[in-house]
Design a binder for this molecule. Sequence first.
Ligand code: ATP
Ligand code: MG
Length: 541
Amino acid sequence: MLTAVRNFKSKAHERFTLFEIARTLPLHYGMEGVTEDTYYPFQHEVAEQAVRDWDTKDTSTMQILVETIPINFDIVVKGESIDFERGWTHPVPGEKAWVLSEDAVEQMYNRKVLKEIDTKGKDLASEDAKQNPRIGIIEMFEGARIPIFVNFKKLIRYHFGVFAYTGGGKSNLVSNIVRRLIYHTQNTNILMFDVASEYVTLLLDILNDKTIPSLIVSDSIPKDYDRFYQSSVKPDTLEPIASRIKQAYKPLMAEEKFKRIFFPPEEPLAYSTILENLDGYDVKYAVLVGQMKKAVLEFMRSRGIEEEDPIGPEATQLAAALKQMTQGQKFGPVDLPPLIEQASKEVRRTVKEPKDKRAVSVDELVDELQNSVYRLVILNITDPVKIRKHAVYAAQKLLEIRRKTFRLEPYVLLVFDEAQEFIPAEVNRSDWTAQSSFAIENLLRHGRKYGLGGCISTQRIAHLNTNALQQLHSYFIGTLPRPYDRLLIADIFAIPNEILEKTLEFGPGEWLLSSYNATGIPNVPIFLKADNAETNIELAV
Ligand SMILES: Nc1ncnc2c1ncn2[C@@H]1O[C@H](COP(=O)(O)OP(=O)(O)OP(=O)(O)O)[C@@H](O)[C@H]1O
Ligand SMILES: [Mg+2]
């Protein structure tokens, strides 16, 4: 809930400082005067009286203490309308605190967004995801259902995160947002990295919608719908309609809905890869990395090697020299010399896949997504190493294409649920975590210039690549029971701890949303209940 107190800038009772209520506490005058040293019978007497008092409205003995924190906005009343102005002004001590009305709250969070998004022909009162672009409702007043809207373009382009403990509703929310993006934006195409095999069910209605070109891509094409249904994960809550869901898997078997993915013919690694790799290390290795880079450039110069030249047998010497430089190091660029040595020996295969219309390479997929051949592609691959490889190729390829074409649209959103699989803090090259963490961080860093967005969803924010997390401009936070996770969120996203503590009371689907630019009011946390994606599935099957 939000409160407003007239402040010192106010000339004619028109300007108020806004506060978010962080905590409420019942206080009883009698109990306040009792300590553990008070004569016991007296303690009991006061306690018994206090309990009775709570059934009355006696404000002389009882009050509710409300602890608030400023949200650094003023509300300015201009006749019939209100405005919100960023800044902090001291409230007048002793002034009345007003509770913001439903209408004021709605205006505060939605007015700006509703001007920015396309609402023509939409029914903003509808519960149907197809009709209504809202992502949920603000549960601030009993019985009131204030819808909450976000600017989808900014949400994508400046990336968003979804963080909650297991069962908090992350996948549900992600599918809820994806569904809205499909129905309520024109120029957004989405690639989902579905390592837990759950999004075919969660987006069943979209996949079965004939007006939306979509694709499911896996390692191999399923033999029949039954087997595919068995292998995918379904929310327990949908168990009662399991047979209907299974039936809805049937039409998916249509030829064009499934494709098998293969890796594109591998090209020999170029010297530029070595330089790029060196650029990716943490600043704590800056001195060593600088020396190594100098050695690589010197080696190339002395042999007339250009950046795009392939790494050949001559690089064994370079690898040995770099190995010497990294001796004694445990982490950081220590893994680069073996990689160069390996590349120098490898004769890369350039296997041409036989033409098969049901096979697709990551390159082709990326091309098709960014040409709007598909609006939704679900990469249904449960092998973490394989899916990481695809993520690396897709992220690199997308950036490469956009850099060359200078195109901003269509927007392409890459969704990484179970993000700990893709951007962990501790990485190594053999399982491709190093490459995927690097490639995704790069995509997030540069994506906004090219209309490429990322969604990062995970249950443990600790042990993730913090450089990547810092690129997110909007975040949905559910219950995070571990204090360290909350501390990290407070630190990375500058959300007050008192507000984060409130997430501990959340049930599934309840979120704290804060955004630099995608909500109607920047950096003001909003408590919301997301629409349940399962309702859409129930309706569609
Ligand atoms: N918005 C919502 N409204 C009502 N119920 C919800 C909502 N979101 C999630 N739930 C309930 O919570 C359950 C768990 O949701 P979900 O699978 O999305 O959680 P998760 O955070 O992705 O879990 P995991 O960490 O295991 O991946 C759902 O099956 C559903 O019953
Ligand atoms: Mg999940």
